[in-house]
Write a protein that binds this ligand. Structure first.
Ligand code: PLP
Length: 425
């Protein structure tokens, strides 16, 4: 399917029914799969043959949707997870363990920052956070002998930094480690990080991919491009796995080594699978992704221009705006648009921000972004409230920041709602 354009793959990739089979990918609501002999099933357990035996490891609905997303990103394989958080955790934990070190951009989702700086730190993995606009020299200095990966967001939530993917990929590769990027906000419709040197892509599919705020989910996609055997950093992939009868993932699975280990070990042991029903809903969302994303971006551009020219607004951050500090990077990495998400501040600080939010009628206050309905959030008092002011600053979130997720309604209605709410201040 990878020869088709992305809008075709959104609709068609991942599932090709044979004659007489269901046109739409079925919901395989079955935990298990029947075999005629124990020998046959034994071969599955030994990873000697392909096939289904237990849904925690593989499920046909989940696999079809994962294959679609792999095609959209241009990767060799993908695995769905029960949430974006699980995807971020698995993506890093698949190659880093206690005693290892990971470099992460500081401009990341608050939940990911907590995952790295609190929970994974307790597991013995040490993180160094770097500013996304760090120079190549400074970035180089952050590497240690035990560094196993570099992590960043292509378009950060909520600070909207555009990642210089090539700069981060170059630094990672010259130190023999992969670049893992969370591509949730741009989606593969606006940016395909593998084309710029990223090795692994993650998503919270909860956002634009699902697009309708129905299902929490995540995905990890492997480009298949990283050579895990180039050094001795990735022994989990290059030496025998005793829990799978001594299989060496890089020898047995080649370009699929990373993603196979992710399923065979992490899914087996940690079990963060999506339900087949959620994957079915995700698939319905994906079918219209290439139609929805440009509409989100077009609407957001109009709203950003409106806010930019409004004297009640103190600042607007939208990489599509020509005078935005992220504009040049956005033009390079996301020429078709960034996302529907805008960050801005209103004059009068916290109190004015609250008044504005409470006065909105069409746009709803929700702890969510990136679905069809326009919504907004004040991160400092909600998603990011665990963070100190200093940590907020490190994540690029100012206390007056309002995150507006522009939906696919008529842009005139969205702007009229914002206008009446600004009038209340
Ligand atoms: C929401 C989000 C996550 C976490 O995903 P969940 O599906 O909520 O677990 C990770 N990264 C980014 C960029 C997000 O926006």
């Amino acid at each position: 399917m990878s020869d088709y354009k992305i809008d075709t793959n959104c609709v068609q990739a991942g599932y090709s029914p044979k004659s007489g089979e269901p046109r739409v990918v079925p919901i395989y609501q079955s935990t298990t799969y029947k075999y005629n002999s124990s020998t046959e099933m034994g071969e599955l357990f030994d990873l000697e043959r392909e096939g289904y035996f237990y849904t925690r490891l593989q499920n046909p609905t989940n696999d079809a949707v994962a294959a679609k997303i792999a095609a959209l990103e241009g990767g060799v394989g993908a695995v769905l997870t029960s949430s974006g958080q699980a995807a971020s955790f698995f993506a890093v934990f698949n190659i880093a363990q206690s005693g290892d070190h990971v470099i992460s951009s500081s401009a990341i989702y608050g939940g990911t920052f907590n995952l790295f700086s609190v929970t994974m730190k307790k597991m013995g993995i040490d993180f160094t956070f770097v500013e996304p606009d760090i120079t190549e020299d400074e970035l180089s200095k952050a590497f240690k002998p035990n560094t196993k990966a570099v992590f960043a967001e292509t378009l950060s939530n909520p600070s909207l930094h555009v990642l210089d993917i090539e700069k981060f990929a170059k630094a990672a590769h010259s130190h023999g480690v992969p670049l893992i990027v969370d591509n949730t906000f741009p989606t593969p419709v606006n940016c395909r990080p593998f084309e710029f040197g990223a090795d692994i892509v993650t998503h919270s599919t909860t956002k634009y991919m699902d697009g309708h705020a129905t299902s929490v989910g995540g995905v990890i996609v492997d480009s298949g491009n990283f050579d895990w055997t180039q050094n001795d950093k990735f022994s989990g992939l290059t030496t025998p796995d005793d829990s799978y009868h001594g299989i060496v993932y890089t020898e047995k699975f080649g370009k699929l080594a990373y993603i196979t280990k992710c399923v065979a070990q992490l899914m087996r042991d940690l079990g963060a699978i999506p339900s087949a029903f959620n994957s079915f809903l995700l698939n319905v969302g994906l079918e219209s992704l290439a139609v929805r994303v440009p509409k989100h971006c077009g609407n957001a551009m109009k709203v950003a221009e409106y806010l930019h020219d409004n004297d009640k607004v103190s600042w607007v951050s939208y990489p599509g705006l020509k005078d935005d500090p992220q504009h040049d990077l956005a033009v390079k990495y996301m020429p078709g648009g960034t996302s529907g998400v805008i960050a801005f501040g209103v004059k009068g600080g916290r109190a004015a921000a609250t008044k504005f939010m409470d006065s909105l009628k069409l746009a709803a206050i929700v702890t969510h972004v990136a679905d069809a309905r326009t919504c907004c959030l004040h991160p400092a008092s909600t998603t990011h409230r665990q963070l100190t002011d200093e940590q907020l600053h490190e994540c690029g979130v100012s206390p007056d920041l309002i995150r507006l997720s522009v939906g696919i309604e008529n842009p005139e209605d969205i702007i009229a709602d914002i206008q009446q709410a600004l009038d209340q201040i």
